[in-house]
Design a protein around this ligand. Structure first.
Ligand code: PEP
Ligand code: MG
Length: 542
């Protein structure tokens, strides 16, 4: 048995076998071969395997996000059936006597260049598809398999790092816990883990070097301790702790259907944060009063192109309909920083958190923004939908957003498409927005405080940097004063304020937030009943 002390990221205890994923970089070197026939056979086997993987991905995507969302994999399938593409690879193998992977890499680069040079925007976007499908083929040829989460047993995942895109590809039921070398508690991968109620710990690389597949591990997401090859006694103790956890969760179940009301009669909305359509089930199971933050950008990740208006419309509509009249706050695209879809080709930046992200991208690349607004306004017809804009720093940005929204409205009107202008609010997640929250409150319908970014910008602590763990103080007086200021300014203008950052789920602060006058707390579904218990046992007016 040996123990590793890491940093706790998501609460919970897990016991299970390890599955280790070490990321490899995909390099293809020129390799001459004698036997072209053998290379052609390898190509044919790898092509068949790639096709099967694509079929499986299509089925998974269709089940999770619907047929429209899965259509990207149809495009991949078509490419693999395109004679020209496969012929180019086999011709090169035969004529130049090179390995199949080298021929596939060269063909990939030629095709990518050809598509990227096309005038038609749709064809241009196919460059990313060729790249993706070719890389998959190369991985199958070289044996550098893509991390295949689907075929894994329920496991404790050991990884160098975890991106939000990878998280989106995972089969959530199979992850008992996540242990990574890199990352921080405020990265989006960690937030996703919290939403899925998965215990997570970050451990130093040196301590995880000798870990291999199939070892038993205990992960303590409260203390950050990870124990490998635990003794019988430790396993027994862990099983008892897991049982206790389940019992506590069961007691909380009794609170389902009850109101979030303090002993002196003050009501508070406790909503759920979600990242995908399928998370709604979790929100409903935990008795969420609504959705306070749907991070719509996750619809844009783990795929090769922007979701179309129709795909987005269907996803938003599905969520509002499932919530049956309960409020659903959908945040517009907050891409950039640690959420990078390759196909947008965002430039590498020195300071991505303070760079080209979120509303800044939307205000520059208005077509992407308009497509999303059209989908949102159309879906608003089907339920209680609110739209929320991220990373606001000025009144001018809000005015510009309204101008674009007005254009979208006129277009829908002209086209005779039914729509509804929803309630529109903003995230307060920059110190600038806090300081002008009096002016902003006059313009918008509500505020939702994004404490993850607000803390990083106020304390100048990069939320992605695990080394700054000791400097990240979410209870800093500056943060609490800012929250009070925002709530007061909202109230003066007759508007409501919520908190949708991770601090909203901090049970040490629940009473304080209620007393401050915060009207809504939007948290990971697993936290809803815990907060309800606190609210029901407190006095708001003490
Ligand atoms: C936040 O910043 O607190 C927030 C909710 O947004 P995100 O974590 O997605 O940046
Ligand atoms: Mg944010």
């Amino acid at each position: 048995m040996f123990k590793v002390k890491g940093k706790p990221v998501c609460e919970g205890i897990a016991l299970g076998k390890t599955t280790v994923f070490r990321k490899n970089c995909q390099q293809v070197n020129l390799c001459r071969v004698q036997d072209s026939e053998e290379e052609l056979n390898r190509l044919s086997t790898a092509t068949a395997k790639t096709k099967e993987q694509i079929r499986n991905l299509y089925d998974k995507a269709a089940a999770e996000v619907g047929e429209a969302g899965a259509s990207v994999f149809e495009v991949h399938q078509m490419m693999l059936e395109d004679d020209g593409y496969l012929k180019a690879i086999s011709d090169m193998i035969c004529k130049e006597k090179v390995s199949a992977e080298f021929a596939a890499a060269v063909t990939r680069d030629n095709y990518v260049e050809m598509f990227a040079d096309m005038d038609d925007e749709y064809m241009k976007a196919r460059a990313a598809d060729v790249k993706d499908i070719s890389n998959r083929l190369i991985r199958n040829l070289t044996g550098q398999e893509e991390i295949d989460f689907s075929s894994m047993e329920p496991s404790v995942l050991i990884m160098d790092s975890l991106t939000p895109s990878e998280m989106m590809r995972m089969d959530r039921d199979k992850i008992l816990a996540v242990v990574t070398v890199h990352g921080s508690g405020n990265s989006h991968a960690a937030i996703l883990a919290a939403m899925l109620n998965i215990p997570a710990v970050i451990c130093p690389a040196a301590d995880l070097g000798g870990i291999h597949n199939g070892m038993k591990a205990v992960v303590d997401g409260y203390s950050g301790e990870v124990i490998f090859n635990p003794t019988e006694a430790v396993m027994k103790e862990t099983e008892n702790r897991i049982r206790e956890q389940k019992e506590k969760a069961l007691v909380l179940q009794n609170l389902k259907g009850k109101e979030n009301v303090t002993l002196d009669g003050k009501h508070i909305n406790i909503y759920a944060n979600i990242g995908s359509v399928s998370d709604v089930e979790d929100a409903l199971q935990n008795d969420a009063g609504g959705i306070g933050l749907f991070r719509s950008e996750f619809l844009y990740l783990g795929r090769d192109n922007c979701p179309t208006e129709e795909e987005q419309f269907l996803a938003y509509k599905q969520v509002v309909q499932a919530m049956a009249g309960k409020k659903v706050v959908i945040r517009t695209l907050d891409i950039g920083a640690d959420k990078q879809p390759d196909y947008l080709r965002l430039e590498k930046e020195e300071n991505p958190a303070m760079g080209y992200r979120a509303i800044r991208i939307c205000l520059k690349e208005t077509e992407i923004f308009k497509t999303q607004l059209r989908a949102l306004f159309r879906a608003a017809v089907f339920g209680n939908l609110s739209v929320m804009y991220p990373m606001i720093t000025s009144v001018g940005e809000v005015r510009r957003i309204y101008e674009i929204a007005e254009d979208v409205k006129s277009e829908l009107e002209e086209q005779g498409i039914s729509y509804k202008i929803p309630e529109q609010g903003i995230m307060i997640e920059t110190p600038a927005a806090v300081m002008i929250s009096d002016e902003l409150a006059e313009l918008v319908d509500f505020f939702s405080i994004g404490t993850n970014d607000l803390i990083q910008y106020t304390l100048a602590v990069d939320r992605q940097n695990g080394r700054l763990y000791d400097f990240y103080n979410p209870h800093h007086k500056a943060i609490l004063r800012m929250i009070q200021m925002v709530v007061d300014n909202a109230h003066k203008a007759g508007k409501w304020t919520g908190i949708c950052g991770e601090l909203g789920a901090d049970t040490e602060l629940t009473e304080i937030f209620v007393k401050m006058g915060v009207e809504e707390l939007s948290v990971a579904p697993s936290m809803i009943l815990k907060l309800r218990k606190i609210v029901r046992e407190m006095h708001a007016d003490e």
